[in-house]
Design a binder for this molecule. Structure first.
Ligand code: 5GP
Ligand code: MN
Length: 352
């Protein structure tokens, strides 16, 4: 089934090299990424932005919504158009574009507010992404789930264009951000030798990695740190028999410590540091839906889990989904499913 889907997809989407002729002369380019963008989404979009500008194109990078605080330092942040805040300007940039680049997502619905406009757009669409099971809606692109991050793929794309020499410190900082965050600081199994080779190259281009770590990981408010303490002490449930853990947060919980959008980022990973825990879930109550984040270690496929039960998807070891039911009903439903599976007992899966 997976193979069939892959063939179907590759028949419809042409390789990114086939799009090179479109980039031979200066173009107006619209780049976007997924809703609630993370380090890889923004890093890959702005790294690509700076590269395409250097090649003489007029580029508008568009985020579906505001950025989390921990990314507000990244080069190019002042160039970003926020579609949610300025939908008319977004629509106009899209209407004027000759080409559309989409990075770090594989289904237009991951852009939330931009989905309808992307569906209606008739310009050539190019994707660069590493999520499993892409929708066949792009004309050209690279879709490689084995890649650590979309930032690594933007680096590959620039090299494919024979433009390694154009990578400067700004581009290096953007690309490093996504590789760093998507590999869990170079610890997940997707951290291949080519990731480290890329980082070595970025260092030669002037990258100061320690400053980026500090921006991303040492910029918490006191409230966020205390909120983490509260969550781990009061809100984390551990199911040792299943090798699983759950953190469920209501809107009230999130209001307790003066937390901001983005402060739940990374919470889902903490339970995986408990010996024997292979599957961690974070459920958060949002205004219009309940959001679920899944992480696993080893052979439990959380992408399939998210697709099967929570209208979601993502990667083998990191995925997400949603529920239209209430928070309480979602927790009950989740626990019922959990009682029927054994995530910790799946055979160990070797990864690259
Ligand atoms: P997060 O838990 O950080 O929101 O998401 C983890 C991974 O799963 C990300 O790579 C993200 O793109 C993917 N993901 C999160 N939510 C969804 C969703 O609702 N649908 C799909 N297809 N992927 C998701
Ligand atoms: Mn990514």
């Amino acid at each position: 089934m997976f193979l069939l889907f892959t063939f179907y997809f590759y028949f419809l989407m042409r390789s990114i090299q086939d799009a090179f002729p479109l980039l031979q002369s200066p173009k107006k380019i619209f780049i976007t990424t997924h809703h609630k963008p993370d380090g890889d989404a923004i890093g890959s979009m702005l790294g690509l932005y700076y590269y395409l500008v250097k090649k003489g194109h007029a580029v508008t990078p568009v985020s579906p919504c505001e950025l989390p605080e921990f990314l507000m330092w990244i080069p190019g942040v002042d160039q970003l158009l926020n579609w949610e805040a300025q939908p008319k300007r977004g629509q106009q940039a899209l209407a004027e574009a000759d080409l559309i680049f989409c990075v770090d997502f594989n289904d237009f619905n991951r852009t939330k507010f931009i989905e309808g406009a992307l569906n209606a757009a008739t310009q050539p669409k190019i994707m660069i992404d590493h999520h499993l099971m892409p929708k066949p809606v792009w004309d050209y692109g690279m879709s490689i789930p084995e890649k650590s991050s979309t930032c690594e793929m933007v680096y590959d794309f620039i090299n494919l264009c024979n433009d390694n020499a154009l990578i400067d410190t700004q581009i290096a900082e953007c690309l490093y951000t996504g590789v760093l965050t998507d590999t869990g600081s170079f610890r997940f199994p997707v951290t291949s030798a080519s990731v480290h080779a890329m980082v070595a190259d970025l260092k030669h281009k002037g990258l100061e990695h320690a400053a980026i770590h500090e921006h991303i990981y040492d910029s918490w408010s006191e409230g966020r740190m205390r909120f983490l303490g509260y969550v781990l002490t009061e809100k984390m449930e551990v199911f040792h028999d299943q090798g699983a853990a759950l953190i469920a947060l209501s809107r009230k919980d999130m209001g307790m410590y003066d937390t901001q959008s983005g402060d739940t980022e990374g919470l889902v990973n903490y339970p995986l540091s408990i010996a024997g825990i292979k599957f961690a879930t974070l459920i958060t109550e949002r205004n219009d839906e309940v959001k679920l984040s899944f992480r696993s270690k080893g052979s439990f496929d959380v992408s399939a889990f998210a697709r099967q039960y929570f209208e979601g998807g993502g990667h083998f070891n990191a995925s997400g989904g949603r529920s239209k039911a209430s928070l309480r009903e979602t927790i009950t439903y989740f626990k019922k499913i959990l009682s029927e599976i054994r995530p910790a007992n799946e055979e160990d899966h070797t990864n690259n």
